[in-house]
Design a protein around this ligand. Structure first.
Ligand code: SF4
Length: 343
């Protein structure tokens, strides 16, 4: 059996023709899957019965099953999914004022081993397919409560630019008016700083948002936190971001997790200002660290956080402070999967 979500419109049209049907049903099939939430071909009531039967004989629609769910008092829900090969992935839905953001995983595990992140602890297993990435979005869309899924961020487990083709393939479906119809500017790719991936992305005809995990303002600290920095050090990464903004005229958001005793003091913020002050169209998003018991990580005090934020603001850098969500439900990436695998 094949995942029908691997097919784009043209491929689906050819498939329908090869089944002796009319290619014009392809748009109907996409609408049933992505807009009307059908998990079974038999429920596609306006398709001929023979076509429904033929499709059901070759394809499946949803390739994952819910293996765990945690719901926070702030409305954040964390879903643990079991894939067909029994691997586990996580996705999170995060409601805010007028939006619901789906935080999606792109790989099973992660090879980049950032030391503040539970996802890297067990290493990398494999890339998610395009269909599996779409499974996460589909499940979230059909299960968020009382609202529409409006935004997608690739900030779950995995490095999206290390699974470039499948992530970009999924984004084109998420963005398509025939499928999820979520605007490109509401889709964010979050990378640990894979320079070749950022360079490739700037040539795509997609207005997606780019977010770069910075988390430190000098190479020594960043390499300690994020081993990927040894391959793509800060100087090269920031140069690449300069080129990205020049070519696309789009903003880069720098994520910066504030960790007590490591990257949140006065010297760190001074270096951060030096690093970013000439970068046009940049924003810093500060994130107080989610405590990870396995990694002995704790956030700084609120006084230290405010000092860091104010220092950036006074230097003319666009800065926001992300409110932590789902702290009562292990919402930091990788935590639920890790817990489940330890049980
Ligand atoms: S932060 Fe992202 S890139 Fe780093 S280990 Fe976690 S999932 Fe991988």
């Amino acid at each position: 059996m094949q995942d029908i979500k691997e097919l784009n419109l043209k491929e689906l049209e050819s498939k329908l023709l090869s089944l002796g049907s009319n290619k014009y049903y392809a748009k109907e099939v996409l609408s049933w899957i992505y807009q009307r939430g059908a998990y079974e071909f038999s429920s596609m009531s306006n398709l001929p019965a023979t076509l429904r039967k033929a499709l059901a004989g070759e394809f499946y629609i949803l390739g994952l099953e819910l293996a765990g769910l945690q719901e926070s008092i702030d409305g954040t829900s964390k879903f643990l999914f079991e894939l067909k090969d029994k691997n586990l992935v996580e996705a999170v839905s995060i409601p805010a004022a007028r939006r619901i953001t789906g935080c999606i995983s792109s790989q099973v595990g992660c090879k980049f081993a950032c030391n503040f992140c539970a996802s890297g602890i067990k290493g990398f297993k494999r890339n998610l397919t395009k269909g599996e990435i779409l499974d996460e979005v589909l499940y979230l869309k059909n299960n968020v409560k009382n609202a529409q899924l409006t935004h997608i961020v690739f900030m779950g487990t995995g490095e999206p630019l290390d699974n470039y083709e499948n992530v970009l393939g999924a984004i084109r479906i998420i963005n398509s008016p025939l499928a999820f119809n979520i605007g490109a500017r509401r889709i964010t790719i979050s990378t640990s700083g894979i320079i070749p991936g950022i360079e490739k992305l700037q040539s795509e005809d997609l207005q997606v948002e780019l977010s770069v995990s910075l988390h430190a303002s000098d190479d020594l600290t960043r390499s300690r936190l994020m081993p990927v920095n040894k391959k793509y050090p800060l100087k090269d990464l920031i140069k690449c971001c300069h080129e990205y903004t020049a070519k696309t005229n789009r903003q880069v958001t720098f994520e910066y997790i504030l960790i007590k005793g490591l990257n949140s003091d006065g010297l760190s913020v001074k270096k951060l200002v030096t690093l970013l002050k000439d970068l046009r169209l940049a924003k810093v998003n500060l994130i107080p660290a989610n405590p990870v018991p396995e990694l002995k990580i704790i956030p700084p005090s609120s006084g230290e956080i405010n000092y860091f934020k104010e220092s950036l603001f006074k230097a003319g850098i666009n800065v926001t402070l992300r409110k932590e969500r789902g702290q009562d439900i292990d919402a930091a990436c990788g935590q639920l999967r890790l817990k489940h695998e330890k049980d």
